[in-house]
Design a protein around this ligand. Structure first.
Ligand SMILES: NC(=O)c1ccc[n+]([C@@H]2O[C@H](COP(=O)([O-])OP(=O)(O)OC[C@H]3O[C@@H](n4cnc5c(N)ncnc54)[C@H](OP(=O)(O)O)[C@@H]3O)[C@@H](O)[C@H]2O)c1
Length: 422
């Protein structure tokens, strides 16, 4: 397609909290050097001009595109002007559908920060065939959910094959550290998902089905249903610590399983995967893990109950355009460990970490590298058009970019032989 398009990338939603950060990161990466033709877009010209001025001299000439996410004609016009759309206009289930359809029709590559499994599946069902035909690579979940998990497992399995000639049949992801805040769009997605889930039970069921995002005919496997409201705490023998459910787990795990399925099962057909958050050791660790798990379920109940939801919205949760301050964004950190096991007991570990607030700063860097990968590595991407995951579409190319430019690290930990404790 495409090189005749006016732009390489449009950051759609640049007036939002994460969109502005993405525009800042992109400006810092490429400026207006001419190597990459990019623009910012949204629905409000004056706000977009203010964002552009805040980007500094290097981005002073960046064009502005306006349109409305609900207007199909305006989304078609946007998709026709650019090779890649990088969208931060969410909740995606509220604002994202017309744009994905427009990109699929126009053969325009697309990436976003969606963690809304039900909507992602709706987009896959509606546009997989069209995108395959036009060559549009549609890549959802290019933020904290679910790049660290998805690309992390991809990295671990690749190294397992190199070292031992086969993948790990089971991988456990454990969050060791995660410090930071979250923005208004994330809060809105949670509120919208909960509200929509009360009206349509299939949305809630979607989160419990482990293979919900796998292609049709591949929605069975050894992993069990997972609950957003689980309070299960477990002792992790490898890490010598108690764990609690990780709130992004039900989404991340579905993306990792989709990667395995769409790539033809490089992790094996019996591959099992789960996620949890490490809390601490001893009785204190156990009590803390249980208390925090119950606290989170209580928070979800408050979000689901209209009177408390109204109070949370008014007094607690950030609104659209709001999020953590600069100090929180810059001092944030996150680290996860992936523990892979083979059937003979051999263990392969990988540590994946990132600098910056996970849900805003680090996320916007991941998204920008995904967009740059779609634009600059288009000829090297091994898959054609269709609905992909970050690891399935962008794999090694993205891994390289994340470590070089996004402050992320992927390291192999010590391998334990089959005689070691498993
Ligand atoms: N996966 C992750 O780890 C992760 C992390 C962070 C965020 N997210 C997701 O990213 C999304 C954005 O979050 P955020 O905090 O940046 O949200 P936000 O601050 O509320 O920004 C939303 C953006 O959407 C724009 N918008 C709303 N309605 C529109 C319409 N009809 N047409 C065009 N633009 C419209 C807003 O424009 P105005 O400024 O004109 O209102 C704004 O630019 C959310 O879905 C959130 O869940 C995911």
């Amino acid at each position: 397609m495409e090189h005749d398009r006016e732009f390489d990338i449009v950051v759609w939603g640049a007036t939002g909290f994460t969109g502005r950060l993405a525009a800042e990161k992109l400006a810092a990466r490429v400026g207006s050097s001419g190597d990459l033709r990019w623009a910012i877009g949204g629905r409000n010209q004056a706000k977009l001009e203010s964002v552009r001025s805040s980007l500094g001299i290097a981005a002073a000439d960046i064009p502005i595109i306006t349109g409305d996410s609900h207007d199909t004609a305006s989304m078609d016009a946007l998709a026709a002007r650019t090779r890649v759309v990088c969208s931060t206009v969410g909740p995606y289930a509220m604002y994202g559908s017309e744009l994905v359809g427009a990109c699929a029709r126009a053969g325009t590559h697309y990436c976003d920060l969606s963690g809304e499994a039900h909507w992602i599946r709706e987009m896959m069902d509606a546009h997989q065939a069209g995108a395959a035909e036009t060559g549009a690579r549609i890549v959802h979940a290019c933020g904290m959910d679910s790049i660290p998990s998805d690309v992390g497992v991809y990295f671990l399995q690749q190294r397992a094959r190199q070292l031992h000639g086969k993948p790990c049949s089971r991988v456990r992801m454990r969050v060791i550290e995660m410090a930071g805040g979250f923005s208004g769009g994330t809060a809105a997605s949670l509120l919208h998902g909960t509200e929509a889930g009360r009206k349509d039970l299939s949305i809630m069921r979607a989160m419990t089905e482990p293979y919900y995002l796998a292609p049709e005919g591949h929605r069975q496997g050894p992993d069990e249903p997972e609950s957003m409201r689980s309070t299960k705490v477990e002792y992790d023998q490898d890490l010598q610590a108690w764990t609690k459910p990780f709130f992004m787990g039900p989404m991340n795990t579905k993306i990792v399983r989709r990667t395995n399925a769409v790539l033809g099962y490089p992790y094996g057909e019996d591959f099992r995967y789960d996620e949890a958050r490490v809390v601490g050791d001893g009785v204190g660790g156990r009590i803390k893990a249980k208390a925090e798990a119950l606290g989170y379920v209580g928070f979800l109940a408050a979000v689901g109950f209209p009177p408390t939801r109204r109070l949370l919205k008014k007094y607690v949760l950030p609104g659209s355009g709001e999020g953590p301050d600069q100090e929180t964004r810059e001092s944030g950190r996150w680290k996860i460990v992936l523990i892979g096991k083979m059937d003979d007991g051999t263990t392969v570990r990988a540590l994946v970490g990132g600098e910056g607030d996970p849900a805003t700063d680090s996320t916007s860097r991941m998204l920008v590298e995904s967009a740059l990968c779609l634009a600059q590595d288009a000829e090297k991407i091994p898959v054609g058009g269709g609905s992909w995951t970050p690891a399935a579409a962008l794999g090694d190319l993205l891994l390289d970019r994340l470590t070089t430019y996004a402050g992320m690290s992927f390291e192999l930990g010590p391998t334990l032989g089959s005689s070691a404790r498993s």
